[in-house]
Design a protein around this ligand. Structure first.
Ligand code: MG
Length: 410
């Protein structure tokens, strides 16, 4: 199944001030739009992402929309939200089976919610995330507008609204996004046109059943200053080291990855380990500088992010990487991972080398690796071991390294 995500970010929403579209404001140090897009870019069930932006932003998109490891396209949005979605829909991949639409102003949709909404749409044709109403729901009338209360002015509810009836709460749901649709169903609904505040309303009007998927209280829509305050609290609760509150969803766990590398040792080559050239009568044979520590860590962090391995990103068949500094490749790998919204929490490496002993060079290696990763040296551990004379490693024919990395959400 091919799934295309459309992120509706075409509105300007400048009510929040700062003279820029609200989706570009920061929450927890990260743009609202970046968070919303990352939830889909990193989602295992999403194959491509299309972001509808205000035309001036689409003309010069922020860097987190330009350097991505998965297909992402930017389109200029229209006057209304539904116009933006329709424009983005024209750009979906020919193979698309399901389109999942999400408001950029909802930066906290969980991967689980996205997966459940896509699965429900694949099965039933149309689905939307919605929260059951918790409060008692009143239908109101305005004293000066006869029996219907739907011409609400700008005065606010405390001027002229009266309760008309109490609605059965069990049947009231508050619509969120994501909303997902089989492609043909969305196509026919968009073709109908008409005013609508979400795509599900168009699909309902086209006569399709729309399944409800249980939404999340933390999946808030940021529209006013109060929402920003709540959003900062949600972001803080999700941040690494935060104490999970019973009322909030659990902080995201880290992601672990492992890496392993081995190179033959031959005379006439330098022995580069963790970016440090170690005095030795033999060096590691390889296309690059054959630094097993950097290669093992590169694989560990790429693995933790499910981004493949060093050979995929820096193939030894590519002349660009001949004689390359493996510290440089490690830094590039860290940047790839950062684009997925992940940071390196810590790495731990075991180097297996019969001789020489690396103990005295370990601190210099840790400093070099930490600098390449852009993290504190206290988060990098490197340990040396011999193979007790056993096997090729024990005979000094090769050097090997094992690495474990833990990544955390930004
Ligand atoms: Mg290697």
């Amino acid at each position: 199944m091919f799934v295309t995500a459309i992120i509706a970010a075409g509105g300007r929403g400048e009510r929040l001030g700062a003279g820029q579209p609200k989706q570009l404001l920061l929450v927890g140090g990260r743009a609202i739009l970046e968070r919303s897009v990352a939830a889909f870019l990193t989602h295992p069930n999403v194959d491509e992402v299309i972001v509808a932006l205000p035309p001036d932003v689409a003309a010069a998109p922020p860097s987190y929309l330009r350097q991505t490891t998965r297909p992402l396209r930017v389109v200029a949005g229209g006057a209304r939200r539904q116009d933006s979605v329709a424009l983005a829909f024209q750009a979906v991949h020919a193979a698309t089976d399901v389109v999942v639409i999400h408001d950029a102003a909802r930066p906290f949709a969980s991967a689980d919610l996205i997966a459940r909404t896509i699965a429900a749409a694949a099965q039933c044709g149309a689905a939307l995330a919605a929260l059951p109403a918790r409060d008692t729901v009143k239908r109101a009338s305005r004293a000066d507008v006869g029996s219907e209360g739907e011409q609400g002015g700008s005065e606010g509810v405390d001027r002229g609204y009266y309760v008309r009836e109490t609605l059965p709460r069990e049947l009231i749901f508050l619509a969120q996004t994501p909303q997902a649709f089989r492609r043909e169903i969305l196509r026919s609904a968009l073709a109908l046109g008409g005013e609508a505040t979400d795509e599900a309303a168009l699909v309902e009007r086209a006569g399709h059943r729309v399944q409800l998927v249980e939404g999340e209280a933390t999946n808030i829509k940021i529209t006013g200053p109060d929402d920003l305050t709540v959003a900062e609290a949600i972001a803080a609760a999700e941040a690494p080291g935060a104490v999970a509150q019973p009322s909030s969803r659990p902080a995201r766990t880290g992601r672990a990855g492992t890496g392993y590398d081995l190179h033959r040792l031959v005379p006439g080559r330098p022995l580069v380990i963790g970016g440090v050239t170690v005095e030795s009568d033999r060096g590691a044979l390889g296309h690059s500088d054959a630094d097993v520590v950097c290669h093992a860590i590169t694989d560990a962090i790429l693995g933790a992010a499910c981004l493949g391995d060093i050979g995929r990103h820096f193939p030894d068949s590519d002349p660009r990487w001949k004689g390359a500094s493996s510290l440089d490749l490690l830094g590039r790998a860290a940047a790839l991972v950062a684009e997925e919204g992940l940071l390196v929490g810590n790495v731990d490496v075991t180097v297996i080398l019969e001789r020489p002993r690396i103990r005295d060079a370990v601190d210099a290696m840790r400093a070099a690796v930490a600098a390449a990763l852009g993290i504190d040296v206290a988060r990098v551990s490197i340990k040396g071991k011999t193979n007790e004379g056993v096997d090729a490693l024990g005979r000094g024919e090769a050097i090997a390294a094992h690495a474990v990395a833990l990544l955390r959400a930004r």
